[in-house]
Ligand binder design. Structure first.
Ligand code: KG4
Ligand code: ZN
Length: 342
């Protein structure tokens, strides 16, 4: 079955074609980062309008790259939530309409299910069951995954998501938007021994996270070292201390999640999964525990259409179908998903 995947939940337009027999055929991502950069964050209305302009040209592009035309497509999957409602509605309306016009089934996919199944696009793909750490701009979650649609939330952020904390801290350090990668680059030049930031909520049991206090801690440290006039070295040292604290906190909770579930496979997905220090720290922790860590390739860590095409294909082959109407769910619990085919 060949499935067209459409992702428009936030500020990336992602299109892809996935074949359940031969794997990924083509994918394309257009990032709106430049459109929003001047505003310091995503402007929802601008995001929706840009998705309107980019989705169909990118659909044509992936079809051409795969050497296929619409008659070769057996189903359409689009992100139905969670995300920005206007942005979601664009992908849902286009996806549903294409499926109707082509006479094929459509399915609305949960964005986080897309992220957590993304490592299955790689070789070797992780076997079920596994623990998934989902770390994006909007979410930080630890999930026990027994199979497609079988998700148990082990813990999540009570305030800022990890990526959001990176972005807000980067803003404090004048690194622009989105600041995660820029903060990570600055941290490379920082001295890890200069400052030690707290590892929030690691001194008590449980698998929830809280990152907003770290942002305040960073702000206070910056103020004590010159504020807006702080030098390059101070900023790099602060960036390093912040990154070490986030990465350590995530690694501690992942280790706990593996211990608590007795599982030995960890899947990491979402934009922060591209962070090199996080990858190194998780590799160390996993090797000490005899566990394995799986990642999607970097372009499939951030938002993309391939993960939606893949997750949608799993649901379509199990017989899941949307009615002719469509909905967008800005809030949508991962645990409320059903097991396809049941
Ligand atoms: O998954 P994603 O593309 O979008 C959401 O669904 O939110 O994640 C984007 C987030 C942003 O907050 C970005 O700053 C962060 O991932 N990010 C990083 C890195 N690359 C992207 N954070 C830390 N280090 C990185 N290398
Ligand atoms: Zn995402």
């Amino acid at each position: 079955m060949r499935v067209l995947g459409i992702e428009t939940s936030c500020d990336e337009t992602g299109l892809a074609l996935y074949d359940t027999d031969s794997g990924l055929l083509a994918h394309a991502v257009y990032s709106q980062v430049e459109l929003h950069a001047g505003f310091g964050g995503v402007v929802p209305e601008l995001a929706s309008r840009d998705h309107v302009q980019k989705t169909l040209p990118l659909a044509r592009q992936v079809l051409a790259e795969a050497g296929l035309d619409s008659a070769d497509i057996d189903g359409v999957a689009y992100t139905a939530g969670p995300g920005l409602v206007g942005a979601l509605l664009v992908g849902a309306a286009i996806g549903r309409a294409l499926a109707y016009a082509w006479g094929v089934p459509a399915v609305g996919v949960h964005h986080m299910e897309g992220h957590l199944l993304a490592p299955m696009l790689e070789e070797p793909a992780p076997q079920f069951p596994f623990v998934a750490l989902l770390v994006s701009g909007g979410h930080t979650m630890l999930v026990e995954v027994d199979g497609v649609g079988r998700y148990r939330l082990l813990g999540e952020s009570l305030d800022d998501a990890a990526g959001e904390a990176f972005d807000k801290t980067a803003k404090l350090l004048d690194l622009g938007y989105p600041g995660g990668p820029a903060l990570a680059a600055l941290a490379e030049r920082g001295d890890p021994a200069r400052f030690r930031f707290p590892r929030p909520m690691t001194d008590r049991p449980g698998l929830d996270f809280s990152f907003s206090g770290l942002k305040t801690f960073t702000l206070n440290t910056l103020r004590e070292h010159g504020g807006a006039g702080a030098g390059k070295a101070e900023r790099a040292d602060i960036a390093r201390a912040f990154e070490e604290a986030v990465v350590d906190t995530l690694a501690i909770k992942c280790r706990r999640a593996l211990e608590r579930t007795g599982l030995s496979r960890l899947v990491v997905a979402g934009g922060v999964g591209a962070n090199a220090r996080l990858r190194a720290r998780l590799a160390e922790a996993a090797s000490r525990m005899g566990a394995q860590v799986f990642y999607p390739r970097p372009v499939f860590c951030t938002d993309n259409g391939a993960m939606i095409a893949f997750a949608g294909s799993q649901r379509l082959i199990a017989g899941e179908r949307e009615p002719l109407s469509f909905t967008a769910l800005p809030r949508w619990s991962l645990e409320s998903l059903e097991v396809p085919g049941l």
